[in-house]
Design a protein around this ligand. Structure first.
Ligand code: C2E
Ligand code: CA
Ligand code: CA
Length: 652
């Protein structure tokens, strides 16, 4: 009941509902007018003869004209209306509906006494039909529906009750009882309507939320959240779009990479690192301008699509400006930091390219700057193209090659400097491809890593190493190089261990050489694998020490058995004081930590003597022997032993 009474009030504070209510009404009310006009005219026509003209003609025609006006008015309303106006119009509608009801009801009752029994029956029918039409057509405006129902039914009941005709009295009484169910119908319909409007509104809200979410998602999908720049995906999409749009004018792109960003992150924390990246993004965007696109490809790598109208010289200048912009100090809460930038650029001639081609070329040029250990700008050149083509050919050949037959190992003796005796060998991979002949391991090992062939290759090579160990004299060890991927892969390391067990070779005769790059990609897995291998009795050497990160914490945490001093220092030892100092420092470091050191790349007697004086125990290099086929390597060791024995007997 309370609900019903509440629904009679217009919900002034619910604008959405008011407009929905008004719109529903505006589609129903015209029908009501049509019904009223038809019914009234039907009554008027049958009373033309019996009732005065003003009552049977003028009044119904007048009322019908009013109804037609209202009908036209409603037909033109209701599409776009404010809640406030809807509220006002509905108030007018309630009043209007009551006035019209009173007018039609009064008119019908006035006619009542002029008709015979049939005509009086028609009046009763007119009142009931009008009442029911009002109920159905005004259901969205319950107060109007209730008032019109009450007015028409009361008019009918009052008239019939006092007619003296028992049939009419009975009709009046049953009509009286009809009001209640009708009110109930109005109420339940209106409650349903309220629910429907609420649901529609909720649905609209949900759809709007979903659209917002979609917008955010698609923004996130194409933008880097930290810097607000386009992300990697967006960079490649833009490249593809440009390639499609202007196939004859491929886009000019640059890949920029920050040098020294990682230490900023490590020392000052990620918040400082984020500040540097954001500021870099700002500096790049300002320099490249509106016509180009700056993207963050990931980490500290940025991709730039230059405006295609720029000349080669202008691009070179802009590249330099971008690198210079990176060199400016960055303000962070703890002070200021400096980083450097390198840039690889591809300025493509007309031709067919994919987005990946362009990226690979720019990235290759960048790699060239970095491998020179400098920062600056490098354009992708014809020379680079040759190397890249070779790289692709090798990658292709790697998929096709019969490794088991084409791969072999050479063995470079590792010599004890003091005694001149061979203590072991380093196994070095050789690939004699059926198509290209001998390919350097420096070319095919990285290619095998890129194409994920490395695991299979390592197993094939290691099987050959184990076969060799069965022949090599028992007092000699064998060092075997593992790639970064092998050491971060449980499957390969488990396979290697299983192979050792099957071969029956003493694991203490085996040493694995790994480089620091392996530790950078996935330290935890590398740590686990190294511990497992050491637990099995295999020793682990850190290769190329001094060229990579040369982190003391790596040596400390992973407990290496040996450090191999990189040949870049050893080879230039006698010509470059810096190289000598580094070699000496590493040798001292190893002595202090109690781990062995091996100097590689010993090419002269002077260097061998110098190393010995520094306390380096082991060495390998062309001065002693180049990498040799197995039989020759074994012969070499025997000759060294014989020479050492001869020296010993002489000195004795
Ligand atoms: P690395 O492990 O540093 O191997 C030493 C490289 O220095 C070898 O080159 C060796 O031939 C060369 N070398 C030895 N003594 C001298 C010298 O006195 N002077 C000069 N200039 N060079 C010397 P190589 O055989 O071309 O191997 C190159 C690299 O390829 C190796 O560097 C290693 O990183 C990788 N590699 C070789 N074999 C394998 C392998 O079986 N598996 C894996 N994963 N990598 C391998
Ligand atoms: Ca090595
Ligand atoms: Ca090495």
């Amino acid at each position: 009941m309370r609900n019903f009474l509440a629904s009679l009030r217009l919900q002034k504070d619910n604008p959405t509902f008011l407009t929905a209510q008004f719109q529903a009404l505006s589609s129903q009310i015209p029908i009501l007018y049509v019904l009223l006009i038809i019914n009234a005219l039907a009554v008027a026509i049958t009373h033309l003869q019996s009732a005065p003209l003003w009552l049977s003609c003028y009044i119904p025609v007048g009322l019908s004209i009013v109804c037609i006006f209202r009908l036209c008015w409603w037909e033109t309303r209701g599409k776009d209306i404010t809640a406030e106006r809807a509220y006002r119009l509905m108030k007018v509608t309630i009043a209007g509906a009551c006035i019209l009801c009173v007018a039609f009801g009064g008119w019908a009752i006035a006619l009542y006494r002029y008709g015979d029994a049939y005509q009086q029956g028609q009046i009763a029918y007119f009142l009931v039909v009008t009442g029911i039409s009002c109920i159905f057509c005004l259901m969205h405006l319950p107060l109007a529906a209730v008032l019109t129902t009450v007015i028409t039914f009361s008019a009918m009941v009052a008239t019939f009750m006092f007619s003296g005709n028992p049939v009419f009295v009975a009709t009046a009484v049953s009509g009286l009882f009809l009001i209640l169910p009708f009110l109930r119908v109005i109420d339940s319909y209106f409650q349903n309507f309220v629910g429907l409007v609420r649901l529609t509104e909720e649905l609209k809200q949900k759809r709007a939320e979903a659209e917002d979410l979609n917008l955010v998602n698609s923004r996130n999908a194409l933008h880097d959240q930290l810097t607000g720049l386009a992300n990697r995906r967006s960079f490649f999409l833009s490249l593809e779009q440009r390639l499609q749009k202007h196939p004859s004018r491929p886009p000019i792109i640059g890949i920029l990479d920050l040098d020294g960003f990682k230490p900023v992150n490590d020392v000052f924390g990620h918040a400082a690192g984020d500040l540097v990246l954001k500021e870099t993004a700002r500096r790049f965007t300002a320099l490249v301008g509106e016509e180009g696109i700056v993207s963050r490809l990931g980490g500290d790598e940025f991709g730039i699509i230059f405006p295609c109208s720029m000349t080669r010289q202008a691009i070179a200048d802009l590249g330099q400006a971008l690198c210079a912009a990176v060199r400016d100090p960055y303000e962070i809460p703890d002070g200021s930091v400096r980083v450097f930038g390198s840039c690889g650029i591809v300025y493509p001639d007309a031709g067919e390219y994919t987005a990946e081609d362009l990226y690979e070329k720019a990235d290759f040029a960048l790699y060239q700057v970095k491998s020179k250990r400098s920062s600056g700008v490098e354009f992708f050149s014809a020379e680079h193209e040759k190397i890249l083509t070779q790289r692709h050919l090798i990658e292709l050949e790697l998929q096709a090659g019969d490794f088991a037959r084409e791969l072999k190992l050479d063995y470079q003796p590792i010599v004890e400097l003091k005694s001149g005796r061979v203590v072991g060998y380093e196994a070095l991979a050789r690939w004699d491809s059926a198509r290209f002949g001998r390919i350097s391991p420096e070319a095919f090992i990285p290619a095998a890593e890129r194409t994920a062939v490395i695991g299979r290759m390592t197993r094939i090579l290691f099987a050959k190493a184990l076969e060799a160990l069965a022949i090599i004299p028992r007092h000699l060890k064998l060092s075997f190089n593992l790639s970064a991927r092998d050491i971060c892969d449980h499957e390969t390391s488990m396979a290697l261990l299983a192979m050792i067990t099957r071969s029956g070779i003493d694991p203490r005769r085996i040493e694995f050489e790994i480089t620091e790059t392996a530790l950078l990609s996935d330290f935890d897995t590398a740590d686990e694998v190294i511990s497992m291998l050491r637990a099995a009795g295999i020793s682990i050497a850190l290769d190329d020490f001094g060229t990579g990160y040369s982190s003391l914490s790596h040596i400390h945490r992973l407990g290496f058995d040996k450090l191999k001093i990189d040949k870049a220092f050893v080879m230039n030892f006698d010509r470059d004081a810096r190289c000598m100092n580094i070699t000496r420092s590493v040798a001292n470091l190893c002595q202090n930590l109690g781990i062995a050191s091996v100097a590689e790349g010993v090419e002269s007697e002077t260097i061998a003597e110098g190393l010995k004086a520094m306390g380096v125990r082991l060495a390998q290099g062309y001065h002693f022997s180049r990498p040799l086929p197995l039989e020759l390597a074994i012969d070499y060791a025997a000759r060294c032993d014989a020479a050492a024995a001869a020296r010993n007997s002489l000195s004795a």
